[in-house]
Design a protein around this ligand. Structure first.
Ligand code: F3S
Length: 404
């Protein structure tokens, strides 16, 4: 792979061992993907990982003097103070590791957002930008809705890109890999946030890989609906780029989405497909003990809708209601009075954490809950957190009623 003088100097250690380590990772990645060269990035989003091997690696970067040239936003860790406040201090016994990780990532120069939806908040790419976004729910949105160009990065490759300011030119960064590979006809009414979840999951399951050009959805979908669609595409498949003609910036129409070439094939998604996904991912058998929404993190609009539904009512004592969001959204909800409405009803709005963390497994392993996220329902059963999938509105009603 061709490297500029500056990139070669980084690789040779001119900017310290930590930067050289990051560049080494990117060169190996680029070579394995047949990239011809690196390109500068203007934004990045990485994941915060607190397991011992990750701490070992990031400590090595710090000791080598690494610092992010492009300060990235970062995915959730735990809000241990919140767990302490509600009488469940450090449920998974990982406080030291979490605190260590927080310290390391800050020293590396990340922006401590601890949110999985920065592309809807403070790290919003514009069309055509080369970026490096980890987090499987973020990458499809960045590509298909913002029109920026990102590969499906891991925590480490996104961090390496942020440290060096470069990423190898391959995959979704290239025009030819953004061309539509299949026409998807959604032949089902898609109305709720859950419908977008189910449609995304069903499309991904039918495709496995490629770039879908999706038709048949309502006009002008909301950002949260597009986020749901892309999140579930990336959950059931390797797809991190799609076109919705008229929505995706580079696809004003179906023909442009296929770069003017003949449509290679068509698949249809029906209501039965959507119901099939719901049925398959719903595995709660016991009494409902928790309701978890906010995977990906809820936006302010979603938090407001929960507050409006719940205001003046009470969450049933046998159920715990968790609403996951970013600290910025929580803060705004507090200033606007919505946080108070949810808390008075007995709900928890927790910032900067993720369903897929041991703090939740520890509390809910072997127990049943409901969620409006197909991604949460897909990932958590391996740790015996069994979810049923329902719409947001139904999830909240279940929390209020204490079950179905
Ligand atoms: Fe966000 Fe965790 Fe879901 S990172 S998308 S809450 S699995």
């Amino acid at each position: 792979m061709y490297l500029t003088q500056e990139e070669q100097a980084m690789l040779d250690g001119a900017q310290g061992d930590g930067t050289a380590e990051a560049m080494r990772l990117l060169v190996r990645l680029g070579e394995s993907m047949n990239a011809q060269k690196m390109v500068p990035i203007s934004r990045a989003h990485t994941s915060a990982v607190h397991y011992p091997s990750d701490i070992w690696y990031t400590t090595k970067l710090i000791r080598g003097g690494a610092k992010c040239k492009i300060p990235p936003t970062i995915n959730p860790l735990y809000d241990l103070d919140y767990f302490e406040k509600i009488g469940k201090p450090d449920p998974a016994g990982e406080k030291d590791l979490v605190n260590k990780a927080r310290d390391i990532y800050c020293r590396l120069g990340v922006i401590p957002t601890y949110s999985c939806t920065p592309e809807l908040d403070i790290n919003v790419p514009r069309t055509g930008e080369f970026v490096a976004f980890a987090e499987s729910s973020a990458t499809p949105y960045v590509n298909a809705v913002c029109g920026a160009r990102s590969n499906r990065e891991s925590a480490k490759t996104a961090l390496a890109a942020a440290i060096t300011g470069r990423t190898p030119l391959y995959g979704y960064l290239l025009d030819e890999n953004r061309r539509g590979t299949v026409l998807v006809k959604v032949d089902a009414p898609v109305r709720t946030g859950l419908d977008y979840n189910l449609a995304g999951y069903a499309i991904g399951e039918k495709m496995g890989a490629g770039v879908p050009v999706i038709t048949g959805l309502p006009e002008n979908p909301m950002p949260e609906e597009l986020l749901n669609l892309g999140t579930q595409l990336a959950t059931s498949s390797s797809v991190a780029m799609y076109h919705i003609p008229g929505v995706t910036p580079e696809a004003p129409d179906v023909e442009t989405a296929f770069h003017g070439r003949p449509v290679p094939g068509t698949i249809t998604v029906t209501r039965a497909d959507l119901e099939g996904v719901k049925e398959k991912l719903s595995c709660a058998r016991g009494p409902i003990e928790y309701v978890m929404v906010g995977c990906p993190h809820y936006t302010l609009g979603q938090v407001i809708r929960v507050a409006e539904q719940i205001k003046g009512r009470k969450v049933h004592p046998d159920v715990t209601l968790w609403i996951l969001t970013s600290s910025r959204t929580r803060e705004l909800a507090e200033k606007m009075g919505y946080l108070g409405a949810i808390e008075q009803a007995g709900g928890h709005v927790i910032a900067g954490t993720c369903f897929d963390f041991p703090c939740y497994y520890t509390l809910y392993s072997g127990k049943s809950g409901v969620t409006d996220s197909a991604k949460a329902a897909f990932y958590t059963p391996r740790m015996k957190m069994d979810f049923n999938l329902e719409t947001r509105k139904r999830c909240i009603e279940i929390a209020l009623n204490g079950g179905y």
